[in-house]
Write a new protein. Structure first.
Length: 400
């Protein structure tokens, strides 16, 4: 057999959309996750009418839980529910909080290697509709009570072989990062307040109009968890959620539980011609790294450095940086380890503490946000990154 020469193709983001993010039990809680996913896929394709949907080579979707109505390969279900041709396949990926960004990276990799020319990538999560699950008993008809496990967030059915320090609650992990970097309660609350203020201002200025596609039949046109009127005084009244004595992590300085979906259209040069559009941005590099599970919040630290190194860029080159705000303590811990970074470029339109964190969708939201911001600026380098439960970090560099 002759050798196959593979030339790496440029990968472009043509468009990116997302739903407004709903709060737990809120406006989107009546919508199935597969319907949320189908909505953003349908909306994305409709915004590029010159593209024949049959040319979509694959649909990649992130989904962190996958234990409920999203359990049968939600990417493929989204394709069918969105009315795309049945010839369009779909695959669901899971890297927990990084799932949506992982979907973007996998789609980009397929295009770069020539396995695809046009792909859709995104993510979805309905934390409101995440079910309770019952572990199958080891033998039939147990006489005792059985335990239901919530699949909304965090560890469940934990393997007893896992060291106890690895399986702490996510919030306790944030407390550990706060301990490591001596990040106090007031600093965390101030970070959270800034997130709400930036998000509210961005919405008021119409900066999200280009990417948000409300779900039909639901009265939600703006992210539901933004608190315009919150204050340091209001945040200070909240009790610590994970350490009753001496804790610093509260419901006010952590991301909430949410519902939402996001999707991006990725193409190579040939696919770009099929769209008849100018791309928002080009994908430059990505990186994934691991860290001790209990310090998951610092997962992005090394991933970001590696991604920038692959791209031949430094922190000083960044025009915008969307860093997922799982917790204020976690975000501040990462920023403390990047002294070269200008904090002013981080989450300029607010972050997950205000906007929300629908697990499987967040990474796709971040990538789309960076692409839209670069397009609005006309040029520059941007970066999206997330911490990931069980100790990982994921980062993507985009350019315009």
């Amino acid at each position: 057999m002759g050798e196959r020469t593979v030339s790496i193709r440029d990968v472009y983001i043509v468009d990116a959309v997302r739903t407004p993010i709903g709060k737990f039990g809120g406006a989107l809680s009546s919508v199935r996750p597969d319907d949320l996913a189908a909505h953003v896929v349908r909306s994305l394709v409709a915004r590029t009418p010159d593209l024949d949907p049959a040319l979509i080579d694959d649909v990649y979707f992130g989904d962190a839980n996958g234990a409920g109505e999203d359990n049968r390969d939600v990417a493929r279900m989204a394709v069918l529910l969105a009315g795309l041709p049945v010839s369009v396949p779909g695959v669901t990926v899971n890297r927990l909080c990084g799932s949506g960004l992982e979907a973007v990276i996998q789609a980009a990799r397929a295009i770069a290697l020539g396995d695809a020319s046009v792909a859709v990538a995104g993510g979805v999560e309905s934390m409101s509709r995440a079910p309770w699950v019952l572990q199958k008993p080891e033998r039939a008809f147990p006489a005792g009570h059985q335990q239901l496990h919530s699949t909304t967030l965090g560890w469940r059915m934990t393997n007893p072989r896992m060291p106890a320090e690895w399986t702490v609650a996510l919030g306790e992990g944030a407390e550990l990062v706060a301990d490591k970097h001596a990040i106090g309660r007031e600093e965390q609350d101030a970070f959270a307040l800034a997130s709400h203020r930036k998000a509210a201002e961005a919405w008021a200025e119409g900066l999200y109009d280009a990417e948000v596609v409300p779900y039909e039949g639901v009265e939600l046109v703006r992210d539901e968890c933004i608190r315009d009127s919150t204050s340091m005084e209001a945040l200070a009244k909240l009790k610590p959620s994970f350490r009753p004595e001496g804790g610093t992590v509260t419901a006010g300085n952590a991301s909430p539980l949410n519902d939402g979906a996001a999707a991006l259209l990725l193409v190579d040069e040939a696919g770009l011609r099929e769209t008849g559009r100018e791309p928002l941005a080009r994908i430059r590099a990505s990186a994934v790294t691991g860290i001790e599970p209990q310090l998951f919040g610092l997962g992005p630290v090394e991933a970001v450095r590696r991604a920038l190194d692959k791209a031949g860029r430094g922190f000083g080159d960044l025009a915008t940086f969307e860093l997922n705000e799982a917790f204020a303590a976690q975000s501040l811990g990462c920023l403390a380890e990047w002294p070269e970074l200008d904090p002013a470029v981080v989450n300029p339109r607010g972050g997950a503490i205000a906007l929300g964190h629908p697990l499987g969708a967040s990474g796709a939201r971040l990538a789309g946000a960076v692409a839209h911001q670069l397009a609005a600026a006309g040029s520059g380098t941007g970066l999206a990154a997330l911490c990931i439960g069980v100790g990982q970090g994921l980062a993507l560099v985009l350019e315009r």
